[in-house]
Design a protein around this ligand. Structure first.
Ligand code: NAD
Ligand code: GLY
Length: 361
């Protein structure tokens, strides 16, 4: 399969996303990166046995020293302790400000490594090497980096762009099915918010995607990255448009935080959150009722939950007020206004109550 390149146009912070099979072992993937005395690969104890040595052996051709920081796996470890572990290593090894960090893993590793790169010596370059579908279609692209806080998801972080993204589709071969489904949630998201035809394509190809057909996956990753590049290119720091990428995330983050990080996968919470946000779009009079059924059906076919946990209305509202899109305590939702177009809306709590009543089990 040929290498597909999707550019992210952000002036001096521009970079390319490379998508294809066999990219990890292809020397072309690593040429032209910033030079430095040392490279540091940040990964976790689930991904390291699978791909650490393959990446390390490639990077040894370019850097005098290639270290690895292996963190504990899991969303529950996306916090200060893991971030400190990265910074401790960088300082203990006297890494200078040219040191290049490589994030090898899913969105948890990518978000934490990016944040470490943003703050270590006020900024060192980093490369995203996403190994989950979710990180290939979303989290590795666009420069949002963060750790979680017990009171709110991704609440401590920075906008900081990588210098390159290498999305090797072959790494998806080892991904558990539940994680593949979680990634599909973010793929599905791009349809209703930006590209009605893509939603139809996903509906026609969902079985191939679930079966990990490489050409279907390549198209899904490419189109998702193109849409994200288009959005981020216009609104890097989420002053407006970029918020549409959070369709389903207001309910989703509440589910994740409310249940405790790691209970539901991020993509599962987003999948279910999209069904609730679709229903809210309908109840707010923006979309017809059959849109809700359509979203429910595609989320189900992607192997994702569509019944939200019963946290209670007050708890949901409390959690959703901590969302980054809130303004002055008012919750703001990304709602679908027409297929392929989304916008930010504040709605009456009574409508939210109806949605939760209809979808919590
Ligand atoms: P993850 O990073 O926890 O990875 C999922 C699981 O798969 C982990 O157990 C991981 O170790 C394992 N894994 C990774 N690659 C593997 C492979 N190739 N084979 C086998 N196992 C593998 O989760 P995720 O879904 O990739 O990312 C979720 C995170 O991304 C959340 O913290 C979310 O907040 C964040 N996120 C960030 C952005 C952003 O714009 N920065 C966007 C979306 C999501
Ligand atoms: N995943 C949301 C964003 O990157 O803005």
């Amino acid at each position: 399969m040929n290498r597909i390149t999707v550019p992210i146009a952000l002036d001096e912070r521009s970079y390319d996303i490379h998508i294809g099979s066999g990219l990890l072992a292809d020397p072309n993937s690593w040429q032209g990166l910033p030079r430095a005395a040392a490279a540091v690969i940040v990964t976790n104890d689930a991904v390291a046995p699978l791909y650490l040595e393959a990446l390390r052996s490639q990077l040894q051709a370019h850097y005098g020293r290639v270290d690895a920081v292996v963190l504990k796996d899991g969303e529950q470890h996306k916090g200060w302790a893991s971030l400190n572990q990265i910074c401790d290593h960088l300082l203990a090894q006297a890494c200078d400000r040219k040191t290049v960090l490589f994030a090898l893993g899913g969105g948890v590793i990518g978000d934490m490594t990016g944040f470490a790169a943003a703050i270590y010596m006020r900024g060192v370059p980093f490369v995203q090497v996403p190994t989950t579908l979710l990180s290939q279609v979303d989290s590795s692209v666009g420069g949002k980096t963060a750790i979680n806080h017990p009171l709110g998801k991704n609440m401590i972080g920075a906008f900081y762009q990588p210098v390159r993204v290498i999305a090797d589709l072959d790494t998806l071969d080892t991904l558990p099915q539940r994680e593949l489904s979680a990634g599909l949630a973010e793929v599905i998201k791009y349809g209703p918010i930006a590209d009605a035809e893509f939603l139809t394509w996903i509906e026609l190809n969902i079985d191939a995607l679930m079966a990990r057909d490489k050409s279907a996956l390549a198209h899904a990753v490419k189109r998702s990255c193109e849409i994200k590049a288009w959005v981020v290119g216009q609104d890097e720091r989420e002053q407006g448009l970029r918020a549409i990428l959070n369709f389903g995330h207001t309910f989703g983050h509440a589910i994740e935080t409310g249940l405790g990080y790691g209970e539901w996968l991020h993509g599962e919470a987003v999948g279910c959150g999209m069904v609730l946000a679709a229903d809210l779009s309908a109840r707010a009079g923006l979309m017809p009722a059959d849109f809700v059924e359509r979203m429910q059906r595609i989320v189900e076919r992607a192997g994702l939950p569509t019944v939200a946990p019963k946290l209670g209305l007050e708890r949901y509202l409390q959690l959703m007020r901590v969302d980054k899109k809130s303004e002055g305590g008012a919750i703001r939702f990304v709602l679908i206004e027409a297929l392929g177009r989304a916008g930010m809306h504040s709605v009456d709590d009574a409508l939210v109550a109806q949605v939760l009543e209809a979808h919590c089990g």
